[in-house]
Design a protein around this ligand. Structure first.
Ligand SMILES: [Zn+2]
Length: 252
């Protein structure tokens, strides 16, 4: 076939193809859109089922600090015991994790301490029992929940502590503090802090202490005793922990 015929043939085919496109452009557009939606839905479903499967393998260990004869610090206005506030927070945080399909184990479920009889050495026995529960559980993370105190009543806010040199704990503390800093009640941008505490040193699992607020501040005390605040605080804790867990799982 001469070159001019080939050219002529191509022009005709191109013109026909253009007409075809113009005539059926709405149908083609709708088909392309449908394929795009199907692909996105498939990707979302895959991501969701992956996350659900991951969530079912996770265990969070919640440790309500103090208990029994050891009440911790007390509320400046109401005299509420830290040990009771810790328990209230842990119950709410447990609910929030379970809503996300994540298993929770708590060291202390009642007002009682974990030391047996309140005789000499009870504090050591109490801490050893907590460490044993952590080792038996082999959790994904350890969250020890406390309330803070300070001689000046204007000191406020939630602060997260980790063990120096424990990189995974530091990362967990970073994500948790970031989530808590995102709450509208935050007083300023806190950074996670290094702390030398038994509960952070007793295992190699990513572990942090969450000081939810200062019971020596009347403003913080009122917030800490508000159920609505504890619910929102707990959601922020879940957000921080999930960000840590999924970023660790994906190597991010
Ligand atoms: Zn405490």
């Amino acid at each position: 076939m001469p070159i001019c015929d080939i050219y002529f043939c191509c022009v005709i085919h191109f013109t026909m193809f253009k007409r075809f496109l113009m005539k059926y452009r709405n149908v083609i557009f709708a088909l392309a859109l449908a394929v795009l939606i199907a692909l996105s839905a498939g990707a979302c479903f895959f991501a969701l089922s992956l996350n659900t499967a991951q969530a079912q393998r996770l265990t969070v260990l919640l440790d309500a600090g103090h208990g029994g004869v050891d009440g911790g610090v007390t509320g400046v206005k109401t005299g509420v015991k830290e040990s009771d506030v810790n328990l209230l927070f842990c119950r709410e945080i447990q609910r929030a994790f379970e809503e996300n399909g994540i298993k929770v184990v708590q060291t202390r479920m009642s007002e009682n301490g974990l030391y047996g009889a309140a005789t000499s050495g009870y504090k050591r026995r109490d801490m050893q029992k907590r460490a044993q529960i952590i080792h038996d559980t082999a959790p994904s993370v350890v969250l020890s929940v406390h309330q803070n105190s300070y001689p000046i009543p204007t000191r406020r806010g939630a602060q997260v502590f980790f063990r120096e040199g424990a990189e995974q704990s530091k990362l967990l503390a970073h994500h948790l503090q970031k989530a808590l800093n995102g709450m509208p009640e935050r007083v300023r941008e806190f950074s996670p802090l290094v702390g030398d505490y038994y509960i952070l040193n007793c295992s190699e699992y990513p572990s942090v202490i969450i000081e939810c607020g200062f019971l020596t501040s009347p403003e913080d005390e009122a917030l800490l005793l508000s159920e609505e605040y504890r619910k929102r605080f707990s959601k922020a804790v879940v957000d921080g922990v999930l960000t840590f867990l999924f970023s660790s799982a994906s190597g991010g």
